[in-house]
Design a protein around this ligand. Structure first.
Ligand code: SF4
Length: 421
């Protein structure tokens, strides 16, 4: 295999119709992660409906997201819309003393685009300081795909982080709590105990940034966040993403090296979890080995996952499509991905579906809207959104990650057997 993998592979760039959820979807996992935050979407009934159906309705708990619906009539006067927004926020914050961070989330309707949410956030921040910090970001489907919502949110938080000159590690990207605890445990065992995480669980958790901050990313879709952190002086620890045994080890090793921790320490700390991950992946790999996979652009996890599936599970990648390819974040994974697949960025959905139909891959990873039609054509699919809602990072989840891909193939094999009997 070439030492450069897909580094030099020309990228097929397409700019046409695309089929992805918008950035509002990321509120579903962000509101669980940030326990004293409230996400107020300034949007339409469609936005409210999307959030309710994606996140479910919380009956017993106080919700931590909501939608301020702007109707056509609000267009009559933008000043009125600003007043209305101020009223909604004032009512919300007077009722809910638990809220410490309020995110005003923009959306696509033209009446929302005309509202200056940045100004509104500044004005409301001053009004409710120091109890509540008000930050705005866009989850609009015109500007963002569903994981970019997290990127926009975290990037908007960066300018609010206090400055620090301390030599420190900052890990950026929302992980499920159980996975984050595993990661922090491994880092602590390597001697890196004082680690800040963005986003933090609570507004009071001290997350700082400055010229001696080294930042490691755990999600591949955080290009704007990385740029914002870099502007604050932080330096990026380039590494493959921590998916599978190989990716997790490479990520930990890169972080360790950045802080002068020897490879021998990393080997000792990771020996047992590596063996567990290898065993767990091997079970799913029995089904995956030798099968072909086609990634349509959706979650931005596509390149690291293709690296995992080809190198640890024996799959063959036909095309690896990503909504955007951030060269700085993707370089380590691209270097490990064996040359061969088409690497595509963006989407022209009809052209791409023609390529899927021509290749007839064993497994197609795609958005919800495309999965059912492709299944009806006899193709086996995996919903990309599940990869974001399921804990998949680091060693203990490596088997589950492989299982997410092997399950649809097992199901298809059972159905075919039953049909033949
Ligand atoms: S932000 Fe745009 S794409 Fe997303 S739900 Fe609202 S209207 Fe639809």
């Amino acid at each position: 295999m070439s030492a450069q993998g897909c580094t030099a592979t020309p990228v097929l760039r397409e700019r046409g119709q695309r089929e992805v959820f918008c950035g509002l979807t990321s509120i579903v996992w962000l509101h669980r992660k940030m326990q004293d935050a409230f996400f107020l979407v300034v949007g339409s009934r469609t936005c409210a409906h999307l959030l309710q159906s994606a996140a479910g309705v919380m009956i017993f708990a106080e919700p931590r997201f909501g939608t301020a619906i702007l109707d056509e009539t609000d267009l009559a006067g933008l000043a009125c819309a600003q007043d209305e927004l101020d009223n909604v926020v004032t009512q919300l914050l007077s009722r809910r003393s638990d809220i410490r961070q309020l995110f005003l989330v923009g959306s696509c309707p033209s009446e929302v685009i005309k509202l200056d949410l940045e100004k509104a956030a500044e004005r409301l921040s001053q009004q409710f300081a120091p109890r509540v910090r008000v930050i705005n970001f866009s989850g609009s489907g015109i500007e963002t795909t569903f994981t970019e919502g997290e990127d926009a949110c975290l990037a908007a938080m960066v300018p609010t982080l206090p400055q620090s000159d301390a030599a420190q590690l900052l890990v950026a990207g929302a992980l499920p709590d159980v996975v984050q605890d595993q990661m922090l445990g491994l880092l602590a065992d390597m001697g890196l105990a004082d680690v800040a995480v963005l986003p933090a669980a609570r507004a009071d958790d001290r997350v700082t940034v400055g010229p001696n901050t080294k930042v490691a990313m755990v999600q591949p879709f955080l290009g704007e966040t990385l740029a914002a952190l870099t502007r604050r002086g932080a330096t990026h620890i380039a590494a493959p993403f921590p998916f599978g045994e190989e990716g997790s080890t490479a990520w930990l090793r890169a972080v360790a090296r950045a802080f002068g921790v020897s490879d021998a320490v990393v080997d000792r700390v990771t020996e047992a979890p590596r063996a567990r991950a290898r065993r767990a992946v091997a079970q799913a790999a029995e089904v995956l080995s030798g099968k072909s996979v086609f990634f349509l652009p959706d979650s931005q996890l596509e390149i690291p996952l293709a690296r995992f599936l080809t190198r640890e599970c024996g799959m063959q990648a036909i095309e690896v499509g990503a909504p955007f390819i951030h060269s700085g974040l993707m370089a380590p994974d691209l270097a490990l991905l064996e040359a061969g697949p088409v690497i595509s960025e963006g989407q022209d959905v009809d052209l791409q579906l023609d390529r899927v139909r021509a290749a007839r891959p064993d497994l197609t990873v795609c958005g919800l809207g495309l999965a059912n039609p492709l299944e009806a054509e006899g193709l086996t699919t995996k919903w990309a959104i599940e990869l974001v809602f399921t804990p998949v990072h680091f060693y203990e989840q490596a088997g589950d990650l492989a299982g997410l891909f092997s399950r649809p193939l097992r199901r298809r094999a059972i159905l075919q057997r039953e049909a033949a009997e």
